[in-house]
Design a protein around this ligand. Structure first.
Ligand code: ADP
Ligand code: NG1
Ligand code: MG
Length: 456
């Protein structure tokens, strides 16, 4: 079997934090934890909202993470406590987990990871665990705090039960089980959290999951700036509406081709594969076969020759049944053009031409424009922080993660990082005391961090 996550001693520079988490564990449970599990958040450099369409993405892990101090519990009990007292304690049993999709309580992300792993080893007697959970990934800000929590919990469950699993299997399992919270994401966040390597961004391809290290140009730095507009992806239908629009776009395009049965198509990527066309050809197909006005549900049903009831079964999800209007042209144009930009970004990193930074920056700017205008998943505050970053010297800047708020990521020449940070602080955060209070956690330079691990 391919390798699982490494088991490492707690690094010297992280000792203080881990000791603090351990202290809280001992105070709460009256015994020592057996191990720590850690999974990082990520920043996606390019390839937004295309993983669930089957296309490759290019993220890197960040230093911010979720850490759990864990002690197995042979009674099967699960006791989850958070170092942040605003998250209520949870008690349950691993043999009896039900995750409802109504309110996305924090512990349900933990249950996703536990259940996902348990389902892989269903015939075995199962240990539960006690955990003290500590997170530093900004929440609901596009740096994937949710998947860091799911992945960390999956790791805790694996080690509590001494079950072996490769990194790829864990990543794929976590991508699937995060759906239990209600969002139908792709596998980017879990894949990078589990498989990241210090110093490397990764090209992540799906079905099957493959990851390839990407060497960023030596003079490239990345700055993250949180707009501080928060958006929990599982608490609203925005995210799943986009997933559904992409599915319907693929099905309507399939129907226009005659050679492909629309009921067999779920993703824009599958359609491209079935038709054997290039991304450029797919963009032309979208331009000629889809209209720019929104499609009503009746129109979609009429094109596909189906009923609203069957459409609900084949193409919608429980929180998108009420949606009556779908922007198919815009969503498909974003997906196929963004897929092209990811491939181009990788080529530029591989070839490192003299103007590599300018080319990468331009791709990031184009990605942001497409997310904002075609995918409509940005936010006025996010657009503002992107503009401020560009004016402050970024070579390129874009929203990162699902959007509707959250962070921008900017490509910055290494020697320009300091003045850039100072200007963004002055021109975005200083304008509002509420933002200025949070500038330290909200604005930072970052380098590709390491992936998930156990610490003992
Ligand atoms: P993100 O872009 O950060 O992944 P999501 O909306 O997908 O945003 O998930 C955010 C949710 O994840 C939070 O509302 C919370 O329930 C959970 N979460 C994130 N970090 C923590 C943490 N440190 N402790 C508890 N729950 C957390
Ligand atoms: P965030 O912003 O972390 O919730 C989501 C999805 C990704 C991907 C991006 C958009 C999950 C767990 N994550 O990320 O798969 O689709 O949006 O590119 O659903
Ligand atoms: Mg998330």
């Amino acid at each position: 079997m391919a390798e699982g996550p490494p088991v490492l001693p707690v690094p010297e520079m992280k000792k203080e934090r881990y000791d603090e988490i351990k202290k809280k564990f001992v105070e709460k449970f009256g015994e020592d934890p057996a191990f720590f599990a850690r999974a990082p958040g990520r920043v996606n450099l390019i390839g937004e909202h295309i993983d669930y369409c089957g296309y490759s993405v290019l993220p890197m892990a960040v230093e911010q993470d979720i850490v759990m101090a864990v002690k197995p519990d042979s009674s099967g009990k699960l006791t989850l406590v958070n170092t942040d007292g605003t998250f209520e304690e949870y008690e349950g049993n691993v043999m009896n987990i039900h995750i409802t999709k109504d309110v996305p309580h924090w512990y349900k992300y933990v249950l996703c990871g536990v259940l996902g792993i348990k389902e892989q080893f269903c015939s075995l007697v199962t240990q539960g665990f006690k955990a003290m959970v500590d997170g530093t990934v900004p929440k609901s800000a596009g740096l994937s705090s949710s998947s860091a929590l799911v992945c960390c919990s999956a790791l805790a469950m694996l080690r509590a039960n001494q079950w072996p699993m490769s990194k790829e299997q864990i990543a794929e399992t976590c991508a699937k089980c995060e759906h239990y919270i209600g969002t139908e994401g792709g596998g980017m966040d879990q894949a990078i959290s589990i498989t990241a390597r210090l110093g490397k961004a990764k090209l992540i391809e799906f079905n099957p999951l493959r990851t390839t290290d990407v060497q960023l140009p030596g003079n490239a730095s990345f700055v993250v700036s949180n707009s501080l507009a928060e958006m929990n992806k599982a608490a609203t239908p925005h995210f799943n509406i986009r997933v559904v629009e992409c599915r319907l776009a693929a099905q309507v395009l399939a129907q226009s081709q005659g050679s492909v049965k629309w009921r067999e198509i779920k993703r824009l990527g599958e359609l491209q594969e079935k038709l054997g066309l290039s991304l450029e050809d797919m963009l032309s197909l979208v331009a000629t076969k889809l209209h720019t006005e929104p499609y009503s549900k009746e129109e979609v049903c009429s094109i596909l020759g189906t009923t609203p009831e069957e459409l609900a079964e084949t193409s919608l999800s429980s929180n998108t049944l009420h949606v009556e209007s779908f922007r198919l042209y815009q969503r498909a144009t974003h997906v196929y053009s963004e897929a092209k930009r990811v491939l181009r970004f990788k080529v530029v990193c591989d070839e490192q031409p003299e103007d590599a930074l300018e080319q990468l920056g331009q791709l990031m700017n184009e990605s942001h424009a497409s997310c904002r205008d075609m995918y409509e998943c940005s936010h006025p505050e996010l657009d503002k922080v992107v503009d401020v970053c560009r004016q402050a010297g970024a070579v390129g800047s874009r929203m990162t993660g699902a959007g509707w708020g959250g962070c921008a990521v900017s490509l910055v020449r290494c020697d320009a990082v300091k003045p850039m940070l100072a200007q963004v602080k002055d021109n975005y955060y200083k304008l509002e005391p509420k933002k200025m209070e949070r500038v330290k956690e909200a604005l930072f330079a970052t380098t590709p961090g390491d992936g998930a691990a156990f610490y003992i």
